[in-house]
Design a protein around this ligand. Structure first.
Ligand SMILES: Nc1ncnc2c1ncn2[C@@H]1O[C@H](COP(=O)(O)OP(=O)(O)O)[C@@H](O)[C@H]1O
Ligand SMILES: [Mg+2]
Length: 301
């Protein structure tokens, strides 16, 4: 693969097909917290797609990885280059090109949506009139303009999350990092946040444990468990082994079935599905959950 970092900006812009490709080159990253928890164990990844979703159950190491990428946390060892900038030595260059919304991000409750976005832009160096113009445009884009004068406390969970996405939109960053942007939201709010995320111009990295979210949004998936990368690729490639198959959930054990969340899970060809339905089993479409099951990860724990 050519090193895009060495190419001039104009070429990069063309290569990016409307957006700038940011190469994130992660090599041998380990993170051991002070209490001895090994959160990341030798993570090696090249991230260069428009939207990458990092998926994995709680404790897999997703947040730790994102905090390292966004220069909030130092790795114990290893290197990360974000568009050629080192996360340890070029912190300001990376922060300038990145918007990072942490998992636990909360809006200030008495501040209205318009001010939340404007003040965020101000903190990033924009003047008042520029900040107001950009905030207006972003709030209109995510469908929150009518709510601009409502304080955060009066916004629904989904609206609050959309205010954060509006901040990322307005900042016009090359790289947007969103940690669990829809966790805890109802399905409709999640859907609205997804469409807001789709409007981001820059490259996006999100974490999620909602498989359908990863499927709806991403060009590439990174599967993590126990601080390691299990697999990386396009959803269609990752699911290739399951082509033409369905998932069978049964109360009874059968040959080759695996126990997941109190049910016995096995796989069958789509055209054989009817006989399982007749037996009283549940037949489901394949999702990314099935990849974790195949790799022996107990997705329930
Ligand atoms: N500040 C911390 N101190 C100690 N252990 C931590 C800290 N943050 C996370 N961990 C641990 O590191 C592991 C990975 O956590 P995290 O990166 O938050 O995973 P995820 O985001 O995938 O749920 C977990 O075992 C978690 O308990
Ligand atoms: Mg997390």
């Amino acid at each position: 693969m050519p090193s895009f970092n060495k190419l001039p900006l104009q070429v990069l812009l063309l290569l990016g097909n409307n957006y700038l490709i940011i190469m994130i080159d992660i090599k041998g990253i380990k993170k051991t917290y002070a209490n001895g928890t090994h959160a990341l164990n030798d993570v090696n990844l090249m991230l260069d797609k428009k939207v990458t979703s990092i998926i994995g159950r709680n404790g897999a190491g997703k947040t730790t990885l994102l905090r390292i990428l966004s220069t909030q946390l130092l790795p114990t060892s290893g290197t990360v280059l974000v568009n050629g900038h080192d996360i340890i030595n070029d912190v300001s260059a990376i922060r300038e090109m990145t918007v990072s919304i942490p998992q636990e991000a909360r809006l200030i409750y008495y501040r209205n949506a318009f001010d939340s976005v404007r003040l965020y832009l101000g903190a990033r160096g924009a003047g008042i009139s520029e900040a107001s113009k950009k905030a207006e445009k972003a709030l209109k884009t995510v469908g929150l303009w009518e709510w601009r004068n409502h304080i955060s406390e009066d916004l629904s969970g989904g609206m609050k999350r959309k205010v954060f996405v509006a901040m990322a939109l307005a900042a016009d960053s090359e790289l947007v990092i969103l940690d669990e942007p829809t966790t805890g939201l109802d399905p409709l709010s999640r859907f609205e946040v997804w469409s807001a995320i789709k409007k981001l111009k820059g490259q996006v990295i999100i974490t999620t444990h909602y498989m359908e979210e990863a499927q709806a949004l991403s060009d590439e998936i990174v599967m993590m468990d126990h601080g390691k990368v299990l697999s990386q690729g396009k959803i269609s490639d990752l699911l290739r082994d399951f082509a033409g198959m369905v998932r069978i959930e049964s109360a009874r054990k059968s040959k080759g079935s695996k126990k997941v969340a109190g049910m016995w899970v096995s796989y069958a060809k789509k055209k054989e599905a009817e006989q399982f339905v007749m037996r009283g089993d549940i037949v489901k479409q394949i999702t990314l959950d099935d990849l974790f099951i195949k790799m022996g990860v107990d997705i329930e724990s």
